[in-house]
Design a protein around this ligand. Structure first.
Ligand code: ZN
Length: 291
């Protein structure tokens, strides 16, 4: 599932392919991905508009158009953006992950609003390219989404998002994260507190910080919160360098029978904040293990 590092890679890709260019066509025929907009509504709003910038807070990303409107692109559970060169004259820009054969077969499809049947979402039917915009240089930005859980929206509501986890300053982090009785993991994953940390990244952060996921957030001292802020930034940047949150140091040990790669204690799991959580039974125990 895309978390902040993956969405930031997609944002940078969208920036490379769209900023400074004018949208000349779009395919918004997928009524599910584009809901509540009927086919043609997004096309009418964005064709002829120039893309000024591509912005992101947490896992939410949007294009800013020259009339001040915003086109929200949400990757959902498995969506990704691909940049396609004019008439397939260059290699597709996939931010590192190659196209699948199925995505490749969608590559040469013409971009026309409302021209294709709505995909059923069943395997082997319909197209995996859920939304496409074509720019005035002939390039295209395509949302590929096998699971069809991505979302395209005009002027998405961003009011519920806290500050971005990669950009939030230390004092703001200490104030926002260090209050309340929620377990620390649930607090860090609450997108209204800070935006961008998902399940895997959170397990990696808490393991690197040697902090218990079940510890109440308000139990941490100010010094511990300041240290945690640094680790959130370091882990997020490291995931961006490595190419995804799934490549963290503890992620492959999130399995039954696995052991902590630092101290060798057994890894344990429970559901925290509604998500399957793994941690080191010794270093991240709550209450702490007595020596
Ligand atoms: Zn350990």
């Amino acid at each position: 599932m895309p978390e902040l590092p993956e969405v930031e890679a997609a944002r940078a890709l969208a920036e490379r392919w769209t900023v400074g260019r004018t949208i000349v066509a779009a395919d918004d025929a997928d009524e599910w991905v584009c809901r509540p907009h009927p086919p043609g509504e997004i096309v009418t709003a964005i064709v002829g508009r120039r893309v000024e910038s591509v912005e992101r807070i947490g896992k939410s990303m949007w294009l800013v158009l020259d009339d001040g409107s915003r086109l929200g692109l949400h990757l959902g559970m498995a969506g990704r953006l691909v940049g396609l060169a004019p008439e397939s004259s260059g290699l597709p820009d996939t931010a590192g992950e190659p196209l699948t054969a199925r995505e490749r077969s969608d590559w040469s499809m013409p971009v026309r609003s409302g021209s294709r049947p709505t995909p059923t979402g069943l395997p082997g039917e319909g197209s995996w390219s859920r939304f496409t915009i074509e720019l005035d240089d002939g390039g295209r930005l395509v949302l590929f989404d096998k699971r069809r859980l991505g979302r395209v929206r005009l002027n998405p509501d961003l009011s519920g998002l806290g500050p971005d986890a990669l950009l939030v300053d230390e004092d703001t982090f200490v104030t926002r994260v260090g209050r309340g009785v929620l377990p620390l993991k649930a607090r860090l994953m609450d997108q209204a507190t800070i935006a961008g940390i998902g399940n895997l990244l959170c397990d990696e952060i808490l393991w690197q910080a040697q902090q218990p996921p079940l510890r109440p957030a308000s139990d941490l001292s100010e010094a511990e919160l300041r240290e945690l802020h640094g680790i959130v930034h370091a882990c997020t940047r490291e995931a961006m360098v490595r190419g995804g949150v799934h490549l963290g140091d503890v992620i492959e040990h999130r399995k039954k029978g696995e052991h902590c790669p630092r101290c060798g204690a057994e890894m344990v799991r429970a559901t925290v904040g509604g998500r399957t959580t793994w941690w080191c039974s010794f270093e991240q125990a709550w209450p702490p293990v007595e020596d």
